[in-house]
Ligand binder design. Structure first.
Ligand code: PLP
Length: 377
């Protein structure tokens, strides 16, 4: 079957908004039906549900080229980052978190929430035109006071993709840890956590991985480090989930120590179906396809005189292109009335194609934007 045909939405609507939420596939719909059928048939098949958790963990590990015991399955990126923050002691000389101007609100807000525990948070500045963060700015910001560098792989506002390996290596050479937020990248390109070697890598299932909200994940480079025991916990974070020991917290030694309560079971079914679909297509195929579509979008937008906020170099952006608008909410609504799904942030229209989009979607969108050009800069 053609990939697009697996997404019924395209029969009536052009969804080009995967940076916000991926489209619903037949496979993910069936996964939810399977969950309901399992409840009808078995009531509470906990053994199978825990197997689903382990299958999701192992698929995420495969996706990130990570050993399976270094993956925690969380309820969101925010939950994962809160867990990481809870491992940290900010009382010493190294009390500084180096975040960026490109951070998603959650990660930045969680770091600022640590100020009451002694953390100092600074933000690495974006370039004057706002479409990248120069590496020199990281060289200036990271020093012997830096405990952790928190970087987004791809910026949620403008699609800017950071060349993360040199930043990770720089941070490590200066004795700092790194958190890489790959939510806007995962599912659009291959990510090798073992090769990149950030201390933590976080992401979720709702966007380009084609699952749903309610499931996030974390890769933890350093397993079994007692120095990194989170202050958040729960029975699914224990070394033995069946121990039921209320007199002691005995966290798992592997990444599971970052988990908490009952997993989000319906969304685990969806996560498994979403990742399997992505794997069956292949990340290199997806990356090449998305690059073709974003290339055509940039070219068509420039030809029509629209202003692009995203860096024009294809190596410096992810699957999303941001286009300047005079009234972004009105523009999104106008495009919605033309049966085109987009989103907006920071004065920009966000267009984020995925494997199910095609050139016709881009052409159709550009023509609709021309119709509403008074809403574009
Ligand atoms: C880059 C990035 N990080 C984090 C998040 C938030 O993730 P969660 O809601 O799972 O905490 C988003 C959501 O859009 C995002 O784009």
């Amino acid at each position: 079957m053609n990939i697009r045909e697996q997404f019924p939405i395209f029969q009536h609507f052009r969804h080009i908004n995967s940076c916000s939420h991926g489209a619903l596939s037949l496979g993910v719909r069936k996964a939810y039906e399977d969950y309901l059928n399992d409840r009808d048939r078995y009531g509470a098949p906990w053994g199978y549900w825990v197997e689903q958790l382990e299958e999701a963990r192992s698929l995420i590990a495969g996706l990130l080229n990570s050993p399976v015991d270094r993956i925690a399955v969380t309820s969101s990126v925010s939950a994962a980052v809160n867990g990481i923050a809870g491992t940290m002691d900010f009382s010493g000389e190294r009390n500084r978190i180096v975040a960026t101007d490109f951070d998603f609100p959650s990660t930045a807000q969680i770091w600022h929430a640590q100020e009451s525990r002694g953390a100092e948070v600074i933000h690495v500045k974006q370039s004057p035109d706002g479409n990248t963060i120069p590496f020199e700015n990281f060289i200036e910001a990271i020093d012997e006071r830096t405990k952790l560098v928190s970087i987004p792989h791809v910026c949620y506002r403008n699609g800017a993709k950071l060349d993360v390996k040199p930043i990770i290596d720089l941070a490590h050479s200066r004795g700092a840890m790194v958190l890489l937020d790959s939510y806007q990248a995962v599912g659009t390109c291959a990510i090798d956590a073992s090769a990149l070697a950030p201390d933590f890598l976080v992401g979720g299932l709702q966007k380009y991985l084609l699952g749903s909200s309610g499931t996030g994940f974390m890769y933890v480079k350093d397993d079994q480090s007692s120095a990194k025991i989170p202050t958040s916990s729960g029975w699914f974070a224990q070394s033995d989930v069946h121990a039921m020991n209320i007199y002691q917290n005995e966290p798992a030694l592997d990444a599971r120590r970052f988990e908490a309560g009952t997993p989000n079971i319906p969304n685990l079914y969806a996560a498994i179906a979403g990742i399997k679909l992505i794997q069956s297509i292949g990340l290199d195929t997806i990356e090449a396809h998305v690059r073709e579509l974003t290339g055509a979008l940039k070219e068509g937008a420039l030809q029509r005189g629209f202003k692009i906020s995203t860096h024009l170099d294809a190596d410096k952006h992810g699957a999303m292109i941001a286009i300047k608008s005079t009234d972004m909410d009105k523009l999104v609504a106008a495009l919605m009335s033309e049966n085109i799904g987009t989103s907006c942030r920071d004065g920009n229209l966000r267009v984020s194609p995925h494997i199910y989009n095609n050139m016709e979607d881009i052409e159709y969108l550009l023509n609709a934007m021309t119709k509403y050009k008074d809403l574009l800069v």
